[in-house]
Ligand binder design. Sequence first.
Ligand code: SAM
Length: 253
Amino acid sequence: MSAKHKARKRFGQNFLTDQKIIDQIIATIAPKHDDNILEIGPGQGAMTLPLLERVDKLSVIEIDRDLIEILESHNKSNLVIHQGDALNFDLDQFNPPIRVVGNLPYNISSPILFHLLENRDKVIDMTFMLQKEVVERMSATHGSKIYGRLSVMMQAFFEVELIFVVPPESFDPAPKVDSAIVYLTPLKVCKVDNIEIFEQVVKAAFAHRRKTLRNCLKSLLTQDQTQVDLSQRAEMLDIDTFITLAKDYEKQH
Ligand code: SAM
């Protein structure tokens, strides 16, 4: 890490220092020179600089002004820097469709994922470093203890693939937990009609993991309004069954 910059915890700053891991991430992204890539949280440029060698143009969004100064000091003509909060950015300003990449700040990784979920039609694919535990939840299948709202929301819209695990020593400062690279591609055929309704049903279903769906969905749906057996718990339902539940709820509107 540069002597000039002290990592800021509140911005989730853990800088990648392991060249082998950086090379593996770049190989996973497999950038082509004319790709339209947006990097979230470039930091001091661990992934940015190797990407810049491979693409005609790279856009980045970074919240920390001190890091922007460091990035600017590289004088890269093909780097377009935006200072701001990745949670609020309007993807249209990056001329979609885009490929999104980033070693995401762990404290806000879920809100960033949900922001991108709402903008999925503008995205070609996404390659992210996240806490391993989060990637495991994103890719968990029904029946497992870690299958929950994040698994259903992600898998209903994306193909989710854990690519490889990254140990804490690959960063400075080292995080307390393992990380993992996840690769996400929007599903070609998405069966969800109404994302707000779907999200409402999924959120309610997992609000009390130990309770049955009959209990959790009490204010939304009763057993006579759906073929889905509501005596089960949410974690037993696959993605398609959640889609059915949301459709049955929508019919009541
Ligand atoms: N990409 C660099 C690397 O791999 O070494 C830095 C990764 S670090 C885990 C996360 C980066 O995201 C930091 O540079 C941090 O300042 C930035 N960041 C944190 N919150 C952000 C936000 N809301 N919007 C944009 N960038 C943010």
